[in-house]
Design a protein around this ligand. Structure first.
Ligand code: DGP
Length: 199
């Protein structure tokens, strides 16, 4: 039996990485299934290092080129993701193609252009989207502003792009302003159903 492909999407400073880690621990310790987390961008590869210096503001890339590098970084991980899933390992992606499309559309690119390089990447079985009605509260969180996309004006557009163009009925929308335990409980309920349905 194959593993599930789970992805976490959403705005900056919504606590995605914390929830990803807690979800991995839950699946391994409570559901007793092996699980691997892959964080995207993966800043450890040569392409990821270029993305990292771009995000930190130490190098410049055009909007188009940065979009293609983020996408290439996902393609670098394609074989690994497919292999893990085929071996029965669950994979949790901390951001994926939808980030690529939402952020680049927020920066002015067209949907078709943004989505084309993502075609052919493995499709997630379950997508959690972390958001906030009162987005201003996210801007007040610690460390907001450390990287180039963490500016309120862009983040407001990113939210619009996700919510007007990308969210599908089967996405699980989570209010990231709830406390960590509440958010994790919601995620656990959903992920348990999905994983049990795969058995
Ligand atoms: P994170 O490591 O999750 O904090 O992501 C770093 C930043 O990069 C964050 O502001 C979101 C942004 N990002 C992630 N993936 C993509 C992508 O594919 N394209 C663009 N333009 N931005 C992305």
């Amino acid at each position: 039996m194959r593993g599930i492909l789970n992805c976490f999407e959403g705005l900056d400073r919504t606590g995605k990485s914390t929830q990803v880690q807690l979800t991995k621990e839950f699946i391994e310790n409570q559901l007793l299934k092996p699980t691997v987390v892959i964080r995207l961008p993966d800043r450890t590869t040569p392409i990821g290092q270029q993305i990292n210096s771009f995000l930190q503001g130490t190098s410049n890339l055009s909007i188009e080129l940065s979009h293609l590098l983020f996408s290439a970084n996902r393609w670098e991980l394609k074989d690994k993701i497919e292999k893990l899933i085929s071996q029965g390992v669950n994979v949790i992606l901390d951001r994926y193609s939808y980030s690529g499309i939402a952020y680049s559309m927020a920066r002015g690119l067209e949907y078709q252009w943004c989505s084309a390089p993502e075609n052919g990447l493995p499709k997630p079985d379950i997508i959690f989207y972390l958001t906030a009605n009162d987005q201003e509260k996210l801007f007040q969180r610690g460390e907001f502003g450390n990287e180039i996309f963490e500016v309120p004006e862009l983040q407001r557009k990113v939210k619009q792009m996700y919510e007007n163009n990308l969210i599908e009925d089967d996405w699980i929308v989570i209010n990231a302003l709830e406390n960590i335990e509440f958010v994790q409980t919601e995620i656990r309920k959903k992920i348990t159903i999905v994983i049990n349905n795969f058995d």
